[in-house]
Design a protein around this ligand. Structure first.
Ligand code: BGC
Length: 730
């Protein structure tokens, strides 16, 4: 009652002094939203539900023409120009020329850095260092804000188990828990402590939901996902990130067993808005509303708009369908006015929380002060160091011995810059990138004699450079072969029927092997590769991924031993493309994996499992100890292991804790990652790693409706090569 009177008083005061409540910085956000929505006409509301573009979209999949005249009252713009001045001009128009002065929300795809491009998301997860990811995302947010961007279409948390799909590069791999943890770390980095902080941007979880299951690894295809897998595999990262406060979500292109994600009331409204009480908004993906026609669930744009809107998509990305049809749909009573109001309120809420009404303009700094600050590049380099995965290292080929004198550097990736940026790096510039060769020159100046030959290209048939490469290699002590994928080979609409490198690259390695010199393979790519023909030829293999601006020095540090590699794979490398899908958390099956029923012509095992990664030191695990062999459902269990660095150099070890449940009412995966922790251990020292098991969180599973079930019985903890049993009782 007291509060109501206070509110009434504020309203009266404001009306009498002419300042509308929604403009009052001190008024509670919800009162400001209510006040504003009440003042809006239907036309003004509908404009808020639309997003247009400003500047030219350089994404080849989404050619959009630049609009000549933008309505001042538009809800959002995708901002392709990266110029705070131009953005502020457009914002000024919205603030001064629209009747109510509602700020525009400027969005953009900031995926792995804005200008200081850091490693692709798939690589980030191999670091097992979410805190470092948060720090890098804060840099991205700051650079974005200083470029006029308030909202990023990231993180992508689509669990992806088919490396043919180009978009595996954009997410955190095959495991739901890993996607959840790194998704949350990313949201924290972007959104900061609160959205209204000066350098926070709103996050957008995408692509809600099931896009990673696009059939056959092709892009934009149907995704046949059972309700059970939806809940157990695809939903967990979204649930975690929504709980962590992610402001918005993007609806996916795919359908979920026939119902497009963009017209899916169950996922968009029942789950997201009702069960999880998400109070931000959902934007459709590019053209996703119109595509409902192509997907076979709408006869025309009007019906597509109706279906998307009723399902729970509040903002129409670029299709103009809401703009053209919503007024009529409201008049025909197909869309209730209350839903329009609620949708507008959700969009305004994000704008208010970002502080856009109170501070609508971006700070304008000199370009040199906006981007690529030394501490930002240092953070990117640290993330690269920790994302690099040492896949193979026979006979201690690495780090290079002190006696090494001549290093041959061969391959199309050795001096390349553009491709190290990876996909989705629209503001990234090749000139910002340190190439592998440049990194080597710095690291080994006056220590090693470097020689270089490109050898061949990324693809094609031209072998004319092989001879020179062989000659250069023949003069050296070790050959460093730098291969990989062009950045256009992964990302959106970049699926590949084989995950092997093109034949020309494999042939180059075979040719070099004839010199008899040790071969160190460096790979820069956006997906797991089929390495079956290269693995036996290479003495050592380093997965560099697509590191962004800071690749050369971290890689050179790994080669010299200045950096001890600590990355472990966030996605399995199948032995061959035909082995797809192979992921560590496959469901248990009638004749267990590796026993019967696998391919006749190849081994059952993939080349490198999820979690694989070598170090220059050795970590010895003690026998893990459980605090009890039996716990009740309402008790906690602690499991501990002591890891000793038994080698000669310090190193970082990520301990991955898995659980398996051999007998449940719904068959569980072979094992599931539940917790991980990475610590640095000095040579000769030890560290205790501890996992506190909370039965409801770690031992339960969902049924096909999302209901959590906790069953008594035996469970196992898997850590390294140990398997410990315990029992859960009532
Ligand atoms: C992609 C999204 C992206 C959007 C806007 C779409 O084609 O699927 O991931 O956020 O374009 O650029």
């Amino acid at each position: 009652m007291k509060n109501l009177l206070l509110l009434l008083f504020i309203v009266l005061v404001q009306y009498s002094f002419g300042q509308p409540l929604y403009k009052d910085k001190k008024a509670p956000v919800e009162s400001r939203i209510n006040d504003l929505v009440k003042r809006m006409t239907l036309e003004e509301k509908i404009l808020q539900l639309n997003q247009y573009t400003l500047g030219i979209n350089r994404n080849v999949n989404n050619i959009g023409e630049e609009l000549k005249s933008l309505p001042a009252g538009i809800g959002s713009l995708i901002y392709f120009n990266a110029d705070p001045v131009k953005r502020n001009d457009v914002q000024r128009k919205a603030m001064e020329e629209s009747r109510l002065g509602i700020p525009i929300l400027f969005g953009f795809d900031v995926i792995h850095g804005f200008r200081t491009i850091y490693p692709i998301s798939l690589a980030q997860a191999c670091s097992w260092n979410p805190a470092l990811v948060t720090q890098n995302c804060s840099v991205a947010a700051k650079e974005a804000v200083l470029s006029g961007v308030d909202w990023t279409f990231s993180p992508m948390i689509d669990v992806a188990r088919d490396p043919r799909w180009g978009r595996v590069a954009e997410g955190y791999g095959e495991d739901p828990y890993t996607n959840a943890v790194f998704g949350v770390a990313t949201v924290k980095g972007y959104q900061g402590k609160k959205l209204s902080d000066p350098y926070s941007v709103a996050a957008c979880l995408k692509h809600y939901i099931g896009y990673g299951m696009s059939e056959g690894g092709r892009d934009y295809r149907s995704a046949d996902i059972s309700a059970q897998s939806l809940w157990e595999t695809y939903i967990p990262p979204y649930e975690a990130c929504v709980k962590a406060g992610a402001a918005t979500l993007m609806s996916a292109f795919n359908d979920i067993s026939g119902v497009p994600a963009t017209a899916n009331r169950y996922t968009l409204t029942e789950i997201l808005k009702k069960r999880w009480a998400h109070d931000g908004f959902v934007v459709s993906d590019w053209n996703a509303i119109e595509q409902l026609i192509a997907q076979g669930v709408a006869k025309d744009k009007k019906e597509a708009g109706l279906k998307a809107f009723l399902a729970g998509v509040e903002m129409d990305m670029k299709d103009n369908i809401y703009f053209e049809n919503l007024k009529q749909l409201v008049a025909e009573k197909k869309i209730p006015m209350s839903l329009v109001d609620e949708s507008v309120a959700r969009i305004l809420r994000v704008k208010f929380r970002l502080g856009l009404f109170d501070e609508p303009y971006a700070t304008v700094l000199d370009e040199k002060d906006r981007y690529l600050q030394p501490e930002s590049k240092a953070l990117a380099a640290r993330l690269t160091e920790e994302s690099i995965v040492l896949l193979k290292n026979t006979n201690k080929t690495l780090p290079f011995a002190a006696s090494l004198q001549k290093l041959a550097v061969i391959g199309p990736m050795a001096k390349d810059k553009e491709n190290l940026l990876g996909s989705w790096a629209q503001n990234g510039k090749a000139t910002d990138v340190e190439s592998i060769y440049e990194g080597l020159e710095k690291e080994f100046k006056n220590k090693l004699q470097l020689s270089y030959a490109k050898g061949g290209d990324f693809d094609g048939l031209d072998e004319s450079g092989f001879q020179e490469a062989i000659a250069v290699a023949g003069q050296s002590d070790v050959i460093l072969v730098c291969l990989g994928e062009k950045n256009s080979w992964s990302g959106e609409s970049a699926s590949r029927s084989t995950i092997a490198l093109p034949g020309i690259q494999e042939k180059l390695v075979v040719a070099l092997k004839k010199t008899g010199k040790p071969i160190v393979l460096v790979l820069s790519n956006g997906r797991p590769l089929e390495l079956v023909r290269l693995e036996s030829i290479a003495d050592a293999i380093i997965e560099l991924w697509q590191p962004g601006v800071a690749g050369g020095t971290p890689l050179a540090g790994v080669l010299s031993g200045r950096v001890n590699p600590s990355g472990k794979l966030s996605i399995t490398f199948p032995l061959t493309t035909g082995q797809i899908p192979t992921y560590y958390n496959m469901r248990q099956s009638s004749r267990p994996f590796g026993k019967m029923g696998d391919y006749q012509d190849i081994s059952t095992e993939p080349l490198y499992w999820f979690g694989h990664g070598l170090s220059y030191t050795t970590f010895t695990y003690s026998s893990a100890k459980l605090s009890s062999a039996r716990i009740k459902k309402n008790q906690q269990l602690t499991v501990e292991v002591t890891v000793t660095n038994t080698g000669a150099v310090k190193g970082k070890e990520a301990v991955l804790w898995y659980i398996s449940d051999p007998a449940a009412s719904i068959s569980r995966p072979m094992k599931e990652l539940k917790f991980f922790e990475k610590k640095e251990i000095n040579a000769g020292e030890k560290m205790v790693y501890r996992f506190e098991i909370d039965p409801m969180r770690d031992l339960s599973f969902t049924d096909a409706t999302g209901k959590r079930i906790l069953e008594t019985g035996d469970f196992f903890i898997h850590i390294n090569d140990q398997k410990l049993k315990f029992e859960l009782t009532d």
